[in-house]
Design a protein around this ligand. Sequence first.
Ligand code: MSP
Length: 669
Amino acid sequence: MRMTKPRMGEKTFYATTPIYYVNAKPHLGHAYTTLVVDTLTKFKRQRGIDAFFLTGSDEHGINIERAAEAKGLPVRRHVDQVVDEFKTAFARLGVEYDRWIRTIDPHHEESVQKLWRILEKNGYIYKGNYQGWFCGYCNEFKDVDGDDEHPGCPIHQRPLDRLSEESYFFKLSEFGRPLLELYESNPEFVQPDVRRNEVISFVSGGLKDLAMSRVSVKWGIPVPGDPSHTIYVWFDALINYISALGWGNERYQDFDRYWPALHIVGKDILRFHTVYWPAFLMGAGIELPRTVFVHGMLLRGGQKMGKTLGNAIQLDVLHRYFTNDQIRYYLLREVAFGQDGEVTYQGLIDRSNSDLADGLGNLASRTLTMIRNYSGGVPHRPEIVQTGDAADVPRQIKESRSRFDAEFNALNFSRALEAAWAGIARVDKFITDHRPWKLAKDPTARPELERILATAYEALRHLVLLVAPALPVTSREIWSQMGLDGDPLQINPNETTWGGALEVSKIDRISPAFPKLDKEKIMAEIESDNARPEIAETKTQESTTTQPATTESATPPAAQPITIDDFVKVELRAATVLEAERVPKADKLLRLVIDLGETQPRQILAGIAQHYAPEDVVGKKIIVVANLAPRKLRGLESNGMLLAASVGDEDRPVLATFGEEVPNGARLK
Ligand code: MSP
């Protein structure tokens, strides 16, 4: 068995994201891993390393088949559509990957079958019978605690059936020792340590052979020589990391150049990447990945953001209010990479305002404005060797740069950015301490003024290079406002020296790189978006396992079916709209006064103004959630929520009503 080769000075770099399931549209959780890998490969390339960034789509299995069925589309049409949505979403975020692998690509299928044959030839695959607990509603086998004699489906809360199905197996049980040796001898293999310990403890508990095929699943890659069986989706999916480089197929010749990879994955798919994947590779005698780095989950309200809970931040909402750089910076800076992190719109606005607008943006505009106003737009060059406190600025820049690089290479993005911002703070203080606006009034202080501005300009130049991978759009913008040529992403900060000659064109176009965000206004608009019933997400069930293997994602409580006791908590009542008017400065909101059969009419706000004029709804009978806690939108209190169906691609709201006369206040149950 070959282990990871020693790394002799990095010339090439290969980083991957997981490949995304195409059963739902992309949200911020998916964008997270992708933006991280994009930033990381930009960082490596900027330092002259030949970096390759792979992402793609995981398109086989029963869940995908079901998603297509739910849409009434042939599976191929469905997967093509969702892959397009993912690609468009990533392109809109400014992601630049080198290759997109699809598990339906013929060259991928070729590699999967080739690896299967090698494992079979090496004696690691055998045919047997899979015995397991099956949920007829989910149509899949469930992982059940060994002692449980009457297990139920965690999703449907109904008893599971004991079923048996012919299946091929992989002798995972033979890999316990080699895997433990791998984790021991190569602590880099699973990172961070908390995940490494988790895997060690899992493998130490003993490994069972892994079911590798299903006869009842058709949408997938057939087992070579036995097409009645379809290959386990995770085996199929993991191989993407090498098939995309041309291992086992003739399509590409990149395997020798780039492998081994740094895999970046979420903690929900830890076991697949750190147990199954290295075992498959060991069994076939293929070099192992360099590192599997496991990040935490983006949370909202303390829960994993995702389709299951319907609590994901939707990318189109983000794009409505924020730029790509604001989003990218916030994710990298706010969440300690490797740990879970709560993300909020408020946090995004605060970070953008404090770090970007008031931090980097302000430093850039004050420096450039002073050079334009006091030096005719032509920056002087600083001395290569500086003295006094001016010497402290290049010292801080150097320190920021080396900390930035060390932290970035260790994937501590948040701390890397903190180091860069320590540089920004130092330069800001330097400017404030020397008060160039005062010096400008004194002709004898001219040399001193030029020295201050030259130092600030030079520091800004170095800092912009440093932050460019995390702020690819605005770093280019600031660079060009600085009168500098070229693309900061293609200039290696570590080969950029302090002072010396430089070609700079005259500075005359200065505009704020990061406009200040109006928190109250944006929050009110986002809230009124949320108040639109048509954009409230349908809470659907999500299952990550489509095969008779272990599942790692427990279904969160909020996604479970509710009982009648839960339902009766929701007080749905009939009401008539008495008055309706638009809410000033909120183009989506209508303020309604409704008769709910109570002593007093009530006020509610509804996000339907783009589809219903006030006069269309006055007199209408509607259905209202009457016991929703009051909340304020645009300073107005809403005491309930009306119900509407979401119709068509644009999610047009259609008000729910009755087929016959119903008195106000009548309860729906
Ligand atoms: N198809 C598998 C991966 C196969 S890789 C050989 C899969 N797909 S996924 O679409 O469900 O998830 C892809 C990635 O998105 C995972 O790394 C997952 O952790 C990540 N995220 C999905 N929601 C997330 C958050 N809320 N937060 C952070 N990452 C999240 O699993």
